[in-house]
Design a protein. Structure first.
Length: 73
């Protein structure tokens, strides 16, 4: 899911007039961050703190991106 998000972000940079690529990438980022947080809540790993911090940062960036896209539309 994160790999698809990276591909969509590259596509949105290559075609800046195409908003669907950016929206799809941000939805993948938010979805994968939530998936990581649920997985860590159910079965914590030995690096749970680092993983949770990274997932929360991805969630914040994804939500901020959504707000930015909506605001600039």
């Amino acid at each position: 899911m994160l790999f698809l998000a990276m591909l969509m972000l590259v596509a949105s940079m290559a075609f800046p007039t195409e908003k669907p690529y950016m929206i799809l990438a941000l939805s993948f980022v938010v979805g994968s961050a939530l998936s990581i947080l649920v997985r860590e809540a159910l079965e914590p790993t030995y690096q749970a703190r680092v993983t949770k911090i990274n997932a929360i940062l991805m969630l914040i960036i994804g939500l901020y991106g959504f707000i930015d896209v909506i605001h600039n539309t």
